[in-house]
Design a protein around this ligand. Structure first.
Ligand code: HSE
Length: 467
C-alpha cells in the first residue's frame, strides 16, 4: 500500500452537485489518490443547515456551518453553493489563503470573473471552473488549453438544456411553447421559476464565460445580447421544419471584423435561430447540450453531452479537483488566464448574419418587384424566395407582432396591417432568406416592408445561423 501525503479538500455546498461530489470523492478516493500522487481528504462540507435532506447520504460528522474555518484548513476549496454572496467572499478568502479553488458558479464568474482571476494570479493560486458551462461536457479546458495555440473563429453553443428540451418538443411533437414548458417543469428540467432559462439569462452567462476564453478578452455579461425563447411560436417551428431548419436557442461567440475600419471585435449573443437540419447541432435533442467550435487551424469541433445533472456535473468538478491536486503535488504557481487580446464586444446592430423573413403580401401585379426593391434599397441581398398563395382576410388596423430578431424592436414588433377595414382578397405568403446582412440593415429593411401598402403583415423574422 502506497502512503501518500494528504491534500485537504473543503466543500462548500451540498446541493444536487455538491452531494454527488462528496459521494464520489468518498467512494473513489483511493483511485483518485493514485492518479494524483496524493491523498484527497474531504475534511468538511460547509452548509447552511446540517440537518437538511440531501440527495445522498453522507457522514454527518463532515457537515459544518463554519465555512470560514473550513476554508482556512484546506489546500483545495470546492465552491458549489451558488449565488453571488457569500460565494464570492469565500472564494477570495480561499485564494488569499493560498488554496486552489474549484467552482461551478457561472453567475459569479460571469459577473466577477475578472476580480477572481486577478486574485488567483496575485497569490499564484488557480481557479478551475469546468462545471460552469456545459455541465459534464469538457469545454473550458479545450478552449483554455487544447485550442490555446489556435484562433477560434466562432462558437455556436446549445448551452441550456431546459430550452433545448422545450424547442425539441415543439419540433418533434408539434407542441406549443406553453405545453412543452409544462412538460419540462413536470419532468424537473425547468425550475418552478423558469425565467433564467427561457429568457436566456443562464445561456448569456455561459456565453460570457466561453467568449472570454475563446477570444482572450474581457466579455462582461452585460455586453452579451440576450433574447429568450418566449416569442417562438409553433408556426415558426413548423415553418422552419418544412424549410429544412430547426429552431435552437444558441449562445454565439464570434470573432467579427468591422467592414469599414477592419478592426477585430467580438460578438457575444444569445437568441433563437434557425439551424439547418444538416448541421451537427440539429441532432442535439432533449435536454442535451453541445458546443460547436470553429477554429482556424483545427476546423470544426463539437463537444456534446449532459449540460446539467448532479452526477454528470460532479464529473467535471472532480476532473478539476484532480487537476488542482496534481498542481499541488508538482508545485509552482497556477497558470493565469490570458485575457490579453483586448478585443471589444461589438453592438448587435453591427453583427452580420442571414435571416428568414415571412411576409403576408397582397397578391397583385408588381408586388414582388416592390418587395425586391425594398431589400435592394437597403443593400440586403435575397438568397431564396418562396411564394404560396391563399385567399386571406387582412385584419383591420393591426396584425400579430412579428417575432424573432427582437433587438430590431419597432421594426419587428407591432407591425401593422394597412387600412382600417378588414377586407377579403387574395394574399400570398413570402418566405425570404437573405444572404449575410447587418442587423442594422435588416431592421431598416423590415421597417420599410412593414410600412409598405403591399405588405399586409410581417409574420416572422428569424436569424439563420451555422451556415
Ligand atoms: N438550468 C440549466 C439548463 C442548467 O437548463 O441547462 C444549469 O446551468
Amino acid at each position: 500500500m502506497i502512503e501518500y501525503r494528504n491534500l485537504k479538500i473543503a466543500l462548500l455546498g451540498a446541493g444536487s452537485v455538491g452531494s454527488r461530489v462528496a459521494q464520489l470523492l468518498l467512494e473513489h478516493g483511493d483511485e483518485l489518490a493514485s492518479r494524483v500522487g496524493a491523498g484527497l481528504e474531504l475534511v468538511g462540507i460547509a452548509v447552511r443547515d446540517v440537518d437538511a435532506e440531501r440527495d445522498v447520504s453522507l457522514p454527518k460528522e463532515l457537515f459544518t456551518t463554519d465555512a470560514e474555518s473550513l476554508i482556512l484548513s484546506a489546500d483545495i476549496v470546492i465552491e458549489l453553493m451558488g449565488g453571488i454572496e457569500p460565494a464570492r467572499s469565500y472564494i477570495l478568502e480561499a485564494l488569499n489563503s493560498g488554496a486552489d479553488v474549484v467552482t461551478g458558479n457561472k453567475a459569479l464568474l460571469a459577473l466577477h470573473g475578472t476580480e477572481l482571476f486577478a486574485a488567483a494570479e496575485q497569490v499564484g493560486a488557480q481557479l478551475y471552473y469546468e462545471a460552469a458551462a456545459g455541465g459534464a461536457i469538457p469545454i473550458i479546458r479545450p478552449l483554455r488549453d487544447s485550442l490555446a495555440g489556435d484562433r477560434v473563429k466562432r462558437i455556436l453553443g446549445i448551452v441550456n438544456g431546459t430550452t433545448n428540451f422545450i424547442l425539441d418538443r415543439m419540433d418533434v411533437d408539434g407542441d406549443t411553447l406553453e405545453g412543452a414548458l409544462a412538460t419540462a417543469t413536470a419532468l424537473g428540467y425547468a425550475e418552478a421559476d423558469p425565467t433564467a432559462d427561457i429568457e436566456g439569462y443562464d445561456a448569456a452567462q455561459k456565453a460570457a464565460i466561453l467568449a472570454r476564453l475563446a477570444f482572450h478578452s474581457e466579455v462582461p455579461v452585460g455586453a452579451v445580447h440576450r433574447e429568450g425563447i418566449t416569442s417562438v411560436t409553433a408556426e415558426q417551428v413548423e415553418r422552419a421544419r418544412r424549410a429544412g431548419y430547426v429552431v435552437k436557442l444558441l449562445a454565439i461567440c464570434e470573432r467579427v471584423v468591422d467592414p469599414v475600419t477592419g478592426e477585430e471585435g467580438i460578438s457575444a449573443r444569445v437568441h433563437p435561430a434557425l439551424v439547418s437540419r444538416l448541421h451537427p447541432l440539429a441532432a442535439v435533442h432533449g435536454a442535451k447540450n453541445a458546443v460547436f467550435v470553429e477554429a482556424e487551424a483545427a476546423g470544426d469541433l463539437m463537444f456534446y453531452g449532459a449540460g446539467a445533472g448532479g452526477l454528470e456535473t460532479a464529473s467535471a468538478v472532480l476532473g478539476d479537483l484532480v487537476s488542482a491536486a496534481r498542481r499541488h503535488v508538482a508545485g509552482g504557481p497556477g497558470v493565469g488566464e490570458s485575457f490579453t487580446a483586448y478585443l471589444p464586444v461589438v453592438d448587435i446592430g453591427k453583427v452580420q448574419t442571414r435571416y428568414q423573413i415571412t411576409l403576408e403580401v397582397v397578391d397583385a401585379t408588381g408586388v414582388l418587384a416592390t418587395i425586391a426593391g425594398i431589400f435592394s434599397d437597403h443593400d440586403v441581398s435575397v438568397e431564396t424566395l418562396e411564394q404560396s398563395s391563399a385567399t386571406g382576410r387582412t385584419p383591420a388596423s393591426s396584425a400579430t407582432a412579428a417575432t424573432g430578431a427582437a433587438h430590431t424592436g419597432a421594426a419587428h414588433t407591432g407591425v401593422a396591417a394597412h387600412g382600417e377595414q378588414a377586407s377579403d382578397h387574395i394574399t400570398a405568403t413570402l418566405v425570404i432568406v437573405t444572404h449575410r446582412a447587418s442587423e442594422q440593415a435588416l431592421a431598416a429593411t423590415v421597417a420599410s416592408l412593414a410600412g409598405n401598402t403591399a405588405v399586409a403583415r410581417v409574420t416572422s423574422v428569424m436569424r439563420v445561423e451555422g451556415a
